[in-house]
Design a protein around this ligand. Structure first.
Ligand SMILES: Nc1ncnc2c1ncn2[C@@H]1O[C@H](COP(=O)(O)OP(=O)(O)OP(=O)(O)O)[C@@H](O)[C@H]1O
Ligand SMILES: [Mg+2]
Length: 272
């Protein structure tokens, strides 16, 4: 049996577009599912990239997406929105374009910021890890993701202006912490699409580590063509080419998360 910490809900967020949020969700979740953890991913982005990256785009039209769950008038069972994937141990709540409407519809709803949390909590004991992939904005959807989560992973594209706009995200995390979700922690900042051959890449990595210190994952995700190719085949890169540098990097991030989990368990044993 594997020793496991408490079930964990992790949001992946950065309001900047194209920084690797979905790629990180997809491959980290798959990596953890491969270690026999029960993993759920929730697509909270109207672009539906997570849904299509798992080859489920065509199913999303059947009216069982996160949109219907978030905007339902009465309480419902979130489990009925979960679908299986081709990855053993990995389940999905789908999204499609209709989710664009949710942001507007939810504005006038009661408890608009906590709707996802209420749903996700029903499944806390069913999964070891729940990942929430958020859209490139700090709107109501991302807010719902942060309020539902225990921790947040911030992917950062290693390029000029990587840190720009980050202050807004950090401020949002703080705001969520002081109001709706005091437990919210930053799980880690993950450098993505990194090109170590360039001075720029190295410089950005240095700056990010100076700013976020030990919150930055040791693993850096390289720019890797397999990570870009895999989604069009509807399977995570980790399974598409398990020996690619991108796949190996995400396996290494999963190891970092698991080692933290073990450390937490040890500390709890020592204190209990
Ligand atoms: N390390 C990488 N190397 C090469 N290509 C990558 C890498 N990470 C992501 N990509 C590709 O870059 C594009 C953007 O990545 P991704 O969709 O994960 O970003 P995102 O932050 O989720 O974007 P959005 O903000 O639109 O949701 C995708 O085409 C993806 O396949
Ligand atoms: Mg995305």
């Amino acid at each position: 049996m594997v020793t496991q910490g408490p079930p964990r809900i992790i949001a992946i967020a950065n309001q900047k577009g194209g920084v690797g949020k979905t790629t990180t969700t997809l491959n980290l979740a798959t990596a953890l599912a491969l270690t026999d953890r029960r993993v759920l991913v929730i697509d909270l982005d109207p672009q539906g990239n997570l849904t299509s990256g798992l080859g489920r785009k065509s199913q999303a039209s059947e009216g069982r997406t996160v949109y219907e769950a978030l905007t339902a008038e009465s309480a419902l069972e979130f489990g009925q929105f979960v679908v299986g994937t081709d990855v053993k141990g990995l389940s999905l709540v789908m999204a499609d374009r209709s989710l664009t409407g949710a942001e507007l519809e939810m504005v006038s709803m009661i408890a608009r910021e906590t709707r996802l949390r209420t749903l996700v909590r029903q499944l806390r004991d069913t999964y070891d890890y729940i990942f929430i992939d958020t859209p490139p904005s700090l709107g109501l959807l991302t807010l719902n993701g942060l309020v539902a989560a225990d921790t947040v992973i911030i992917p950062l594209h290693s390029e000029y202006f990587a840190l720009e706009g980050l202050a807004d995200l950090v401020a949002t995390v703080r705001r969520v912490r002081t109001s709706l979700n005091p437990q919210l922690e930053i799980e880690g900042v993950l450098l993505t699409m990194h090109d170590e051959r360039t001075n720029l890449g190295q410089q950005v990595a240095r700056e990010v580590r100076e700013f976020f210190k030990e919150k930055v994952f040791e693993t850096v995700i390289p720019r890797n063509i397999k990570l870009g190719e895999a989604p069009s085949h509807g399977i995570p890169a980790i399974l598409y080419d398990k020996n690619s540098r991108g796949a190996l990097a995400y396996l290494s991030v999963a190891k970092e998360i698991l080692s933290r989990e073990l450390q937490v368990n040890k500390t709890e044993e020592n204190h209990g």
